[in-house]
Design a protein around this ligand. Structure first.
Ligand code: GLA
Ligand code: ZN
Length: 699
């Protein structure tokens, strides 16, 4: 990704905040960091107050001195724009920069990631600083990429945002009639006769009793879109300011996993190289970690991305922050690489001397030593990455299967009253992803608008919101031989959140070949709660339903759609209640392909079985070119692959603390040990170990 900048290995390093340190410490770092194998540092992420001590004063002298040292030490730079935390004087002089929270409270100066995205002050000063930085450092050749802001997020409900929201709505709907229609405002007398009557949806307006569900879903859905767009505009402001000085500057911002607040798919169009921050904890399951990498990879059509941050050891922001065990930092690093990362970067280089993150892990800890466990593990990985050279760079996954993940759908599904709180979009997506991951099947995570034609199977979990245009593309895809899976509560509403006429699953009916009349929402192990005067008892343990698929009984959780097949055939039926015998899974063929509908949510062993069947039917192979078999109990060995031309690199990762063995089906070379691998060789994997095997031909 940075070949033009002379980079021919996985870049290794990360956030370096020397503003906090004296010259002597900085000089020590210039020796210690290269010693650990660090060859890139991210600078200037939070230095705004230093760079601009007063409105008309810019002072880059300290940053200049840091840049000079880093350059002399031979390191590359990922240059921050410092706009994720504004100076205190700015908040005092221009309070429009302060956000108003969901409860309607005007915030004061404090924390970070705190600017109102529609503040005229922020929109003036942040691109101005970015432009000044670009102007100042445009000839600094070791800057490989610009890191704009930091982990954008949050929302604001101030008057400037309210005004901007009205403009955004005018631009989208043109007339109030169109807006009233889109939000179905005759309901509860919400008809708007003037744009200025529209107010932002928050706790003071459409959300009552602490509920997360809006009483006017249309406005809330548009607010989510608007807020994401507003913050994206902040990114664009800075990016364009940088480009005005350096027309070919690469720009990114560090994303955060499946982050609900921002439509990353839309953001990705404005970003040159996707990057993200990965903070798995001891309870993070391996498939979830892999999914997150693949989600980010999918944002830029499968191109390699940057792992911008991870902790070398411990985080500091959870009530309990556990250590990464020996070998785990290395393993997480290769998991990222396995799924498309071409940089391995950390927060942070040196542990802070005080403040909120002083106990967060770093390569150099408070002792300043180079013989700590962490320093030694970091250095060892640094050596390994040097030896790997450019072997893994640029490789892409070859996936025959895709899962659709859409932000609009996420917002509409979870924020609309009547859809049970127990429906969690991400969880449903992960259930399908896990079955594929544990079977070592490559998957792309895509958006509804992405090209489907290269996939043999596309899975669209809880595909609640459907656009006219998408349906046509889905139908074409299936008619030409594609296979589609939809799951419960799919095909309910259009892009405005309006019910699709003619009953569920709306415009997906031709594909699914069945109608859904009712949906039974299941109480399962729910804690007691009270809502609008109705009290749900202490704990309801109502048995879930179940269904039989190929002779085996599986639990039905969360909801059961009551499905009436028309053209479709039933593959499984519910086993109890008044809809006993009604299908839990259907299959409907159209042209050369088929659509499956799974009317409920179940558990891992069902997905393992079902996905293996569908993949077999669709002709999908695992990364070893074998037809998948159901994985009912995963052995903890992750196998992923990246292709570069005819060369394939296999990443074999032991997620257990046990010795494992794996028969490798091809001839190749293990890149970390540089040992030959013979076809059929039984590879020994020590606990938490990783092997990278380069294979030239898979005959
Ligand atoms: C985030 C931020 C960093 C730092 C780390 C700590 O990813 O981007 O500035 O706060 O978390 O884990
Ligand atoms: Zn605001």
């Amino acid at each position: 990704m940075f070949e033009e900048k002379g980079v021919n290995k996985i870049l290794y390093g990360g956030d370096y905040n020397p503003e906090q340190w004296d010259e002597e410490t900085r000089d020590e770092d210039m020796v210690l960091l290269p010693k650990a194998g660090v060859d890139i540092v991210t600078l200037n992420v939070f230095s705004w107050a230093k760079l601009q001590p007063a409105e008309k004063v810019y002072d880059f002298s300290d940053l200049d001195s840091i840049v000079k040292k880093v350059t002399a030490a031979g390191m590359k730079i990922c240059m921050g724009t410092a706009t994720a935390a504004y100076p205190a004087w700015m908040a005092k002089k221009y309070p429009d920069i302060l956000r108003v929270d969901f409860e309607g409270r005007k915030l004061k100066f404090g924390k970070r990631h705190n600017a109102c995205p529609n503040s005229p002050t922020y929109r003036k000063f942040s691109p101005h600083l970015a432009r000044k930085l670009a102007e100042h450092y445009k000839n600094q050749d070791n800057i490989v990429i610009w890191h704009i802001n930091n982990e954008y997020g949050g929302s604001c409900y101030c008057e400037n945002c309210e005004k901007a929201f009205r403009e955004w709505l005018k631009n989208k709907y043109k007339t109030l009639d169109a807006l009233n229609d889109a939000w179905n405002t005759p309901f509860w007398s919400h008809t708007f006769y003037d744009w200025d009557e529209i107010v932002l949806p928050n706790a003071l307006t459409e959300y009552q009793y602490g509920s997360k569900k809006s009483q006017l879903p249309g406005i809330s859905l548009d607010y989510m879109r608007f807020n994401s767009d507003s913050i994206l505009q902040n990114y664009i402001d800075e990016r364009d300011a940088i480009r005005s000085e350096i027309p070919d500057a690469l720009c990114t911002t560090n994303m955060m996993n499946a982050f609900k607040g921002l439509d990353y798919r839309k953001w990705a169009k404005e970003i040159d190289i996707a990057s993200w921050d990965n903070y798995p904890q001891r309870f993070t399951e391996p498939h979830y970690d892999a999914f997150a990498h693949e989600l980010i990879r999918g944002l830029k059509g499968g191109k390699p991305f940057m792992l911008m941050e991870q902790s070398p050891s411990v985080t500091n922001w959870l009530p309990i922050n556990s250590l990464k065990r020996p070998g785990e930092m290395r393993r997480y690093s290769y998991v990222a690489a396995a799924h498309g990362a071409d940089t391995i970067m950390f927060f942070q280089m040196r542990q802070a001397p005080a403040s909120a993150e002083m106990y967060h892990g770093a390569i150099i800890d408070h002792s300043g030593r180079d013989d700590t466990r962490i320093f030694k593990e970091i250095s060892a990985l640094g050596e390994e990455l040097k030896a790997l050279k450019d072997n893994t760079l640029g490789g892409k996954a070859h996936a025959e299967c895709a899962i659709i993940f859409d932000w609009d759908n996420w917002w509409a599904l979870e924020d609309t009253p009547g859809i049970p709180d127990t429906v969690k979009y991400l969880d449903e997506v992960l259930k399908y992803y896990r079955a594929l991951y544990e079977s070592s099947i490559s998957v792309d995570i895509i958006g509804s608008e992405d090209d489907l034609s290269k996939y043999k199977l596309v899975i669209a979990p809880t595909y609640y919101m459907v656009c006219e245009n998408t349906v046509k593309r889905f139908e074409e895809y299936v008619e030409k031989g594609g296979n589609l899976i939809f799951t419960f509560i799919s095909g309910y509403v259009d892009e405005n959140g309006h019910i699709l006429r003619g009953g569920y699953p709306g415009t997906l009916k031709k594909l699914i070949g069945a109608r859904i009349e009712e949906t039974d929402q299941l109480y399962e192990n729910m804690e007691s709660f009270e809502c609008e005067g109705v009290r749900i008892p202490e704990k309801i343990v109502e048995s879930h339903n179940s269904f039989k698929y190929k002779g085996t009984e599986y639990p039905a959780h969360i909801v059961c759609d009551i499905v009436y097949p028309e053209e479709a055939e039933a593959l499984a039926g519910f086993m109890s209640d008044f809809y006993k015998g009604q299908p839990a899974i259907t299959k409907n063929c159209l042209g050369k392909g088929c659509t499956y509908y799974v009317a409920t949510s179940s558990e891992a062993r069902f997905y393992a079985e079902f996905i293996a069947d569908i993949c077999d039917y669709a002709g999908i192979k695992d990364v070893f070119d074998k037809a998948p078999v159901p994985v009912n109990s995963w052995n903890g060995i992750e196998i992923a692959a990246r292709d570069k031309g005819d060369i394939r690199i296999y990443y074999i990762i032991n997620h257990t603390n046990e010795e494992k063995e794996l028969e490798f089906p091809y001839e190749g070379e293990e890149l970390l040990s540089q040992e030959k691998v013979i076809k059929g060789q039984k590879l020994k994997l020590s606990p938490v170990d990783v092997k990278l095997i380069k294979v030239a031909s898979r005959d």
